[in-house]
Design a protein around this ligand. Structure first.
Ligand code: MN
Length: 235
């Protein structure tokens, strides 16, 4: 006979809570969910073969444990020969809710970060053709490199500003946040009509044109004006 240990309810140790550092404090940002906006820049929608005037942006998710902090390596994932970079502004929420009005949306924002929505484009393309979900293309291990979060009060106006990605020093993606089809209040309002948002949610807000394949050894440097710089090396 064994005596139950009531001090620990789990059959094995639970996975740690995914977190991001916050610039200017030693406290951590505990991540709840990662939402991503698809085709939020018209020029990227066009390069992917879609008409942004006919199809509005939409959402998908990545798992929170796919985050990799900027400065760490990005391990080239298995089962793909066409892994693409997508540089994105990340919006971090400190307050949740449902059916949030656009006018009230910015009160829910804790801060911003620079992220990469790394994508197995070949698997995503196959999923699109077959009418299947996108997880294999989007939610693989280490698919969400991200910087520390910068508090919104330190960033100020985020409605415009350059968003860029360089690979081995060469400019590959270049856009401006003012080109986003759904601005930050719109994406929070739309998202909160579909899901109950929570403190700790991250929103990867979409990528400008110029997405392309990475190879082992590539050095990726992404910037969003006023937010920061993300660095990772493909290994
Ligand atoms: Mn994306």
């Amino acid at each position: 006979m064994t005596i139950a240990d009531t001090s620990d309810p789990y059959v094995f140790a639970p996975a740690p809570v995914p977190t991001l550092p916050i610039r200017g404090t030693s406290k951590l940002f505990p991540v709840h969910r990662i939402y991503c906006v698809g085709r939020n820049f018209a020029d990227h929608a066009v390069e992917m073969g879609h008409d942004p005037d006919r199809e509005p942006p939409f959402f998908f998710q990545k798992n929170p444990d796919t985050l990799v902090l900027s400065g760490r390596d990005f391990p080239y994932p298995p089962a793909s020969r066409d892994v693409h970079h997508e540089i994105e502004l990340v919006v971090a929420l400190s307050k949740g809710g449902q059916d949030i009005a656009p006018e009230a949306a910015m009160e829910h924002v804790f801060g911003y970060a620079v992220g990469l929505d790394m994508t197995r484009r070949d698997l995503q393309g196959e999923a699109k053709r077959m009418g299947r979900p996108w997880e294999t293309g989007k939610a693989f291990e280490a698919s969400a490199p991200c910087t520390a979060i910068v508090p919104a009060s330190d960033v100020g106006d985020i409605a415009a500003g350059a968003i860029e990605l360089r690979v081995n020093g060469q400019l590959r993606q270049s856009g401006d946040l003012n080109q986003m089809i759904w601005k930050i209040p719109d994406m929070i309002a739309h998202l909160s009509g579909l899901f109950e948002l929570r403190a700790g949610d991250l929103i990867f807000s979409g990528t400008p044109a110029g997405v392309g394949a990475v190879a082992r050894g590539d050095e990726l440097v992404g910037t969003v004006a006023g937010v920061g710089e993300l660095r990772t090396r493909v290994v």
